[in-house]
Design a protein around this ligand. Structure first.
Ligand code: CA
Length: 423
């Protein structure tokens, strides 16, 4: 039992109703303020807890943490301490924030300095990401795309139910929530022409995904089994894998996604630990045909996390456009790790592994505009009276996610990005 997950725990810090960050969550991130440069923090209610302050003032004494571990631009070195140690830190933070613990509560001076209102911080990219892999693990998404571009009767390619399909993405253009993205330009081939033209994408899309971040290096030539995969996973973020469908459609044969994808991807700033998600495990979809032995799993490997996407046009109100769930994924994270490393590929601390677009069974749960508008054939009606088939300049796309059970809500905050005109 992870004590910090106890649903009966309460904090001496007031947690607003519906907050993503109760005492049972305690996600890690990197923030700065007008007076602090990049330091590690934990979200609690409407506050950020400054871990550098706590460490320097003895609140983590006895845990044997290296000096300066939180005073860094990224969480990589902290995560690399291993899950046993980072779990001890989360347990200690939970203890300090409990209603009946006086260590920080009764130390007014320390409280003032360690707790910073969220409104006063700027969240930064929490990890240095050496490698980014994008899977394609939603059966509903793969079926929708296959039906649209190939054959509705044979929507899934023959390999799809035998392995978690994926490709290596671009790590350098992953940005933190709030960073605007310019509409990409590229080669597009109009349907009525034999030749491509060059210009801004006319089919700019989002992809609703979640991603996990790894906390342990492996040696080239070694593999990770499904059974041990979780020792390597620190936590999860929301992930918007922006996609230019028209650029993608022309370029992707035969080697797959390239410039239609690598102009930007957005992550939410708080890494929700795998530990915090433990109570929300559920069984995944039945896998038939049965998988090869190296992909076999035991137990519940999916997570019940409600996901939503909203579009906010420039200076206008927000419209919810999709509601999906992380639990729909056909291939789970254990299988993704095992498959990724079965050939001896090494993984590194801070790697980001995205799920692929998470679509559910009903049209309202599709995770991309490509599917929601069925490649432009069915425009979406926004509350401000306008219509969308794809994302327009000035639109902000907002993704949210949370798990909820026993009156505990483990939220991810927001993954948000605004599209600016092409440069
Ligand atoms: Ca993707």
């Amino acid at each position: 039992m992870i004590k910090a997950n106890d649903p009966t725990l309460t904090s001496w810090i007031e947690i607003p109703m519906g907050s993503d960050f109760p005492i049972q969550n305690l996600p890690f991130g990197i923030f700065k303020t007008t007076y602090l440069s990049a330091v590690a923090g934990v979200a609690i209610g409407n506050y950020v807890l400054d871990l550098v302050y706590l460490h320097e003032h003895g609140f983590f004494d006895g845990l044997g943490l290296p000096s300066g571990i939180f005073n860094q631009k990224y969480l990589n070195d902290f995560m690399a301490l291993g899950k046993k140690k980072t779990r001890e830190v989360r347990e200690r933070i939970s203890e300090l924030l409990r209603h009946d613990n006086d260590e920080l509560k009764s130390n007014i001076g320390a409280r003032e300095l360690a707790l910073i209102p969220m409104a006063e911080v700027q969240m930064l990219l929490p990890v240095r990401i050496p490698n980014y892999t994008d899977f394609y693990s939603s059966e509903e998404h793969a079926t929708n795309v296959g039906s649209m571009f190939r054959d509705p009767k044979n929507a899934l390619l023959p390999n799809w139910k035998h392995l978690p399909v994926g490709y290596h993405g671009r790590a350098s253009s992953i940005v933190v929530s709030g960073t605007p993205i310019h509409r990409p330009k590229g080669q597009i081939k109009p349907a009525d022409s034999d030749l491509p033209v060059f210009g801004p994408s006319q089919k700019l899309d989002f992809e609703l995904e979640m991603a996990f971040i790894t906390c342990k290096d492996t040696k080239l030539g070694t593999s990770i089994s499904t059974r041990h995969a979780e020792d390597y996973i620190f936590g999860f973020v929301l992930f918007n894998d922006w996609s230019a469908r028209d650029i993608q459609q022309w370029e992707y044969v035969p080697l797959g996604p390239f410039l239609g994808k690598n102009f930007g991807s957005t992550i939410s700033p708080w890494i929700v630990t795998m530990d915090a998600l433990e109570p929300f495990r559920v069984k995944g979809p039945d896998q038939s045909p049965s998988v090869l032995p190296y992909l076999a799993i035991e137990g519940e490997k999916n997570f019940d996390v409600t996901l939503e996407v909203l579009i906010q046009p420039e200076k206008s109100e927000t419209t919810p456009v999709s509601r999906s769930n992380f639990k729909y994924l056909y291939w789970n994270v254990n299988q993704q790790v095992a498959h990724h490393t079965v050939n001896g590929c090494n993984i590194q601390v801070g790697d980001l592994y995205a799920s692929g677009t998470i679509s559910g069974p009903s049209p309202g749960s599709f995770g991309s505009m490509l599917e929601l508008s069925w490649n432009g054939q069915r425009p979406l009606h926004l509350t401000n009276g306008s219509q969308r088939t794809f994302i327009e300049d000035g639109d902000t796309v907002i993704m949210r996610g949370h798990a909820e059970k026993n009156n505990v809500r483990i939220g991810f905050g927001e993954c948000k990005g605004k599209i600016l005109p092409a440069l």
